[in-house]
Design a protein around this ligand. Sequence first.
Ligand code: MN
Length: 293
Amino acid sequence: MKLCRFDGDRLGLVEGDVVLDVSEALEVLPPVRWPVPLGDPLLLHLDQLISAVERVRESAQRTALAQVVLGSPLSNPSKVMAAPANYRHHVELDTRDAAVDQGVHRKALEGVERPTEKYGLFLKATSAIAGAAQGVQVILPERRTDHEVELAVVIGKQGHGIKRADAMAHVAGYCIGLDMTVRGAEDRSFRKSADSYTVLGPWLVTADEIADPHGLTMSLWVNGERRQHSSTGAMTVDIPDLIAIASSMYTLYPGDVILTGTPEGVGPVVPGDKLRVACEGLGEMTFAVSAHA
Ligand code: MN
């Protein structure tokens, strides 16, 4: 099932090039009162939500996908985790650019076969999440902001100390994730957490639709020119190991997002640019880069 957030905060079911408005299904979500449970409400109640979507599907209003604006399918994950340097060619090629390398990454990664095992994951502020409708607002115009397209894994089942063999049972689904990045010397969690620097979308695809998440072709274009193009199979530390490493440190909650690293080809974007990203099985989205207001 493909679930999207569209035209404000409508819940949509994506079928081919049509969006069915299944917002009525949201009534199965319990009202939220303090203290708010950790996790994203859609993912905390995904099974009930899917049943409700199936119930209201027949009578749902249909709109052409091309006519809706898409928000982030996730609104309130307890955390967004990200794997550093998880594609070998990204490390080998992109760190030749001094603005990317900053005199630290190449040295830190030399001889390190599996960077996430050595350095762990980093966190991005959940307030950085945006959808295609918002696009990216470049912060600090005098600094360089780069695109990083990544496969985003969405957790569906709470867990701590998850073993590799059990890890995929904790995955609810996938979407495309942009790990937008200000280049510079600050900690990753700071440089990558500006508002809108985690674009998620175009929608959540449930795990049953993706037979092999390590066999997806993923691409990014800037103003029509292809800049990144790889298979998710090229990631160094795979999804089960990322889940095992992450959950060895903190509890994973439904709705938590793991950005699994970016392939080679990262580069700058500036206000006025149009970004297009696509991933096999997950769809594609186009969004604008603008200046921060
Ligand atoms: Mn990244």
